[in-house]
Design a protein around this ligand. Structure first.
Ligand code: S3P
Length: 168
C-alpha cells in the first residue's frame, strides 16, 4: 500500500511527506515534481500554455503510474481530489491522509511563492477562502484529516504514523 497526502496548497504535503518517508524508510514522490520532470517545464508554464484541463490529465496519468508502486509516500497536488477517479485509484492502492490548515496559515505559507498558478491572482486570500469552501466536500473523502496549522513537520509526520492501520 501507499500513503497519499492530499489537501490544499501550503498545508505541508511535500515537507511532511519527505519526513514521513524518511521515518518509515519508504520511498517519497511529489507528483507535481514528477510532472515537471517528465514535461521538462514548470507547472506555471503548463497552466499558461496548455491550461488546467491539460494539467489535470497529466496529473491523473502520473497518479496511475505511481499507484502501481508499493510503500510510497505520495505528496499530491492540491487539486487531485477534484477527479473522483483519482480518489478511487488512491483508495484502492493505499490510504488517503488530508492535511489542512487555516486560511491565514495557508496565506502565510504560500505568500512568498510564485509557482502556484491557482494563487497568482490579485486577491489570493479571497481565492483561498473560496477554493477551501468549494473543495471541502472533496477533501472530506480522505480517510483521515490532520490540522497542520500549529504543528511542526515532525509533529505532523508522527501523527500520521499513529493514524496508520495497525497502530493504536
Ligand atoms: C494545485 C496545487 C498545486 C499544483 C497545481 C494546482 C491546486 O500543488 O498541483 O498548481 O489546484 O490546488 P500543491 O498543492 O502541491 O501546491
Amino acid at each position: 500500500m501507499n500513503i497519499y497526502l492530499v489537501g490544499f496548497m501550503g498545508t505541508g504535503k511535500s515537507s511532511v511527506g519527505r519526513q514521513l518517508a524518511k521515518q518509515k524508510k519508504w520511498n517519497f514522490v511529489d507528483l507535481d515534481e514528477l510532472i515537471e520532470l517528465k514535461e521538462q517545464r514548470r507547472i506555471v508554464d503548463i497552466f499558461a500554455k496548455e491550461g488546467e484541463v491539460y494539467f489535470r490529465k497529466l496529473e491523473k496519468k502520473m497518479l496511475k503510474q505511481v499507484s502501481i508502486q508499493d510503500k510510497f509516500v505520495v505528496a499530491c497536488g492540491g487539486g487531485i481530489v477534484l477527479d473522483p477517479e483519482n480518489i478511487k485509484q488512491m483508495k484502492k492502492t493505499g490510504i488517503l491522509i488530508c492535511l489542512r490548515a487555516t486560511c491565514q496559515e495557508i496565506l502565510k505559507r504560500v505568500s512568498s511563492s510564485t509557482h502556484r498558478p491557482i494563487l497568482n491572482v490579485a486577491k489570493p486570500r479571497e481565492r483561498i477562502e473560496l477554493l477551501l469552501k468549494m473543495r471541502a466536500p472533496y477533501y472530506m473523502q480522505a480517510d483521515k484529516t490532520i490540522d497542520t496549522s500549529r504543528l511542526s513537520i515532525k509533529q505532523v509526520a508522527a501523527k500520521i504514523t499513529k493514524l496508520l492501520p495497525g497502530k493504536k
